[in-house]
Ligand binder design. Structure first.
Ligand SMILES: Nc1ncnc2c1ncn2[C@@H]1O[C@H](COP(=O)(O)OP(=O)(O)O)[C@@H](O)[C@H]1O
Ligand SMILES: [Mg+2]
Length: 305
C-alpha cells in the first residue's frame, strides 16, 4: 500500500452563503493520477485551492506531504506545482523570460526548454504572453506548474477549451509525469478524459464527494448495463431475445431495437440468435457504460445540463 501524499478530512469552505465544499474527505496516494471530477460549480477548484495552499478552508483538515497548507505554505509551495483554472501574468513578458524568471524561484528546476517543446510551445518562446491563444496560455501555465520539479502537480480544469491535439499532448505529458514518480491531482468536467487518464477518480457534486474509485470499478459498480443496438424493420419481433439469459430489457421502437445486457457473454448469444433469425448485423453496435453513465446513475443528472 503506497503512502498518502494528500489527506483531506471533512473539508468545508463557504463563500458568504454559498457552501462551495461541504465536508469532503479523501486521500491521494503517491504516484497516482487522481482526478476530481464533477460539473461546473461542484467545488473542484475550491478543493484544489485549499489543498495547494491558495485558500484557507473554514474547517476540516488538510495534510500535504506531511505539511499544513496554511501554516507551512512557503515550504509546501516549493514542493508542489499548481496550474490554476484562471491565471494571468504580465502581458509584456516573453515566454522565455517568464520561464527564466520562474526558474530562479526554485532550488531544483526542470529544463524549461524541454517543457516548452513537450507542450508544443517552443516556436512561441520569443512571443509576448499577450500574443498567445487561449490554448497556448493554458499549456504555458502547465509548463509553469512543472518548472519547480514538483512532487505533486495540481492541474485545475487543465484541458478545458483546448483543441483535441493539445489535449492529447497534455495527457501524454501527465502520464510521463506519473511514470517519473510524481503525483498528479487534476480536475476536469470531461468524464471521458477522467476515464482515460486517471488511476482513481473522486466524483464531486454540490460540494460533496459522491463516489471514489478507479474508473473501471466505478463503471462496474454504477455504470449500469451494456447496451446493444441494431436497426430493425417494422416486422421485427424482439420477444425471443428477451428470454436470453443476461438480457435485462428489450425496447423496439420500430426503427431501432435496444437491449440492455448485464454480461458481455450475452452479446455472443444475441448475435447467434439474430443470425438464426436472418436479421442482418450491419448496424449492430455495442455501447459499454462510461463514467458519464456513472455520474448520471449516481446523481440523476447529466454532467453538463
Ligand atoms: N471567489 C468566490 N466567491 C464566491 N463564490 C464562489 C467563489 N469561487 C467559487 N464560488 C462558488 O462556489 C461554488 C464552487 O465553485 P468552484 O470551486 O469554482 O467549483 P468548480 O471548480 O467545480 O466549478 C460555486 O457555486 C461557485 O459559484
Ligand atoms: Mg473550477
Amino acid at each position: 500500500m503506497s503512502e498518502n501524499v494528500v489527506t483531506v478530512q471533512n473539508l468545508i469552505k463557504h463563500y458568504k452563503d454559498v457552501k462551495a465544499v461541504d465536508g469532503i474527505s479523501f486521500a491521494v496516494k503517491r504516484g497516482e493520477i487522481f482526478g476530481i471530477v464533477g460539473p461546473n460549480g461542484a467545488g473542484k477548484t475550491t478543493t484544489i485551492e485549499c489543498i495547494a495552499s491558495m485558500r484557507r478552508a473554514d474547517s476540516g483538515s488538510v495534510d500535504v506531504l506531511g505539511l499544513d497548507p496554511v501554516k507551512d505554505s512557503i515550504v509546501l509551495k516549493r514542493r508542489i506545482g499548481l496550474q490554476q483554472q484562471e491565471s494571468e501574468i504580465q502581458d509584456r513578458l516573453r515566454l522565455w523570460e517568464a520561464m527564466e524568471l520562474f526558474s530562479s524561484f526554485y532550488d531544483t528546476v526542470l529544463d524549461w526548454k524541454a517543457l516548452l517543446k513537450q507542450l508544443n510551445l517552443w516556436e512561441k518562446k520569443d512571443s509576448f504572453y499577450s500574443a498567445l491563444s487561449g490554448g497556448q496560455k493554458k499549456r504555458f501555465f502547465v509548463a509553469m506548474a512543472l518548472i519547480g520539479d514538483p512532487e505533486i502537480v495540481f492541474l485545475d480544469e487543465f484541458t478545458s477549451g483546448l483543441d483535441p491535439q493539445s489535449r492529447i499532448s497534455i495527457w501524454k505529458l501527465v502520464k510521463e509525469l506519473r511514470d517519473q514518480g510524481r503525483t498528479i491531482v487534476l480536475s476536469t468536467h470531461y468524464m471521458d478524459e477522467a476515464e482515460k487518464l486517471c488511476d482513481r477518480v473522486a466524483i464531486i457534486d454540490h460540494g460533496k464527494l459522491t463516489a471514489l474509485d478507479s474508473p473501471s470499478n466505478l463503471i462496474s459498480m454504477h455504470g449500469g448495463h451494456i447496451r446493444v443496438q441494431f436497426d430493425v424493420g417494422d416486422v421485427f419481433d424482439g420477444e425471443s431475445l428477451s428470454r436470453l439469459e443476461g438480457v435485462e430489457s428489450v425496447l423496439n421502437d420500430g426503427n431501432v431495437c435496444t437491449l440492455e445486457v448485464s454480461a458481455s457473454s450475452t452479446i455472443v448469444e444475441i448475435v447467434k440468435k439474430l443470425d438464426a433469425m436472418g436479421q442482418g448485423l450491419d448496424s449492430f453496435r455495442i455501447e459499454a457504460p462510461t463514467l458519464e453513465d456513472v455520474f448520471l446513475n449516481i446523481t440523476g443528472r447529466e454532467v453538463r445540463d
